[in-house]
Design a binder for this molecule. Structure first.
Ligand code: ATP
Ligand code: MG
Length: 208
């Protein structure tokens, strides 16, 4: 187990991870290099109030897949904080909890561009920005200029500290992976092998 308390710059990779995929892992890797992070904590959400519940696997299973995906990386860790908390999970609460667990460290919340455009709808955006630097990556369809504009707006409105990161366009999403499973198509290379085997063995996302 990595000793997170020794990490000075901690990346937080939040997501539903339903399932975790190569895009998430590459994003975490890029963020580490881009911002010089010591490591990244993957944080699967509890039962999100924003997501369609039907296809949502229980937190315990999304956490299990996340663990399988990162188990061979010393600088990747995974947390059950949100899954255990149950009910709606709010990012600001998680960040406050992590701040008190690791008071010596700086937190970097890693997110795709879609999140940057949504974040004001999240609960207490002010408290999110007070507790972390937001590291936002471009994602399909969101050009850098649009991101830059949003960054300025958020900095003005909340004093937010936001780093933008150019990220290759990867048309990988959990939605598409679930769709492929429904259609009986392969998800090889879209998710790590151990995750794929776990999904297939447990018949996840079939015929939903
Ligand atoms: P879904 O399709 O179910 O919404 P997702 O693929 O968007 O799933 P999430 O768990 O919602 O995955 O995303 C977690 C984080 O990873 C978000 O910040 C999201 O923007 C980012 N992310 C996911 N896939 C990519 C990708 N291909 N490129 C860049 N960022 C991504
Ligand atoms: Mg998403």
């Amino acid at each position: 187990m990595p000793d997170i308390a020794t990490w000075k710059k901690i990346g937080i990779m939040g997501g539903t991870f339903n399932p975790i995929h190569t895009g998430h892992l590459l994003l975490a890797q890029w963020a580490m290099e881009e911002a010089g992070l010591d490591g990244v904590i993957f944080m699967p959400t509890g039962n999100s109030y924003m997501k369609d519940k039907e296809e949502m696997l229980p937190g315990s299973e999304r956490l299990a897949m996340t663990q399988l995906a990162i188990q061979d990386r010393e600088c990747f860790s995974c947390s059950d904080l949100e899954v255990k908390r149950g009910g709606n999970t709010y990012t600001y609460e998680t960040l406050e909890a992590l701040r008190s667990m690791y008071p010596q460290s700086r937190l970097y919340f890693i997110a795709g561009a879609d999140c940057l455009f949504n974040i004001e709808k999240w609960y207490c955006p002010q408290k999110i920005f007070e507790n972390c630097v937001l590291l936002a990556a471009s994602r399909s369809g969101a050009p850098m200029e649009a991101l830059e504009k949003k960054r300025c707006e958020l900095t003005e409105a909340y004093g937010a500290e936001i780093l933008l990161m150019a990220f290759p366009n990867m048309e990988i999403s959990s939605t598409d992976i679930r769709r492929r499973r429904r259609l009986g198509r392969s998800i090889r290379y879209l998710v790590p092998d151990r995750v794929r085997e776990y999904i297939v063995r447990n018949h996840f996302y079939e015929g939903l």
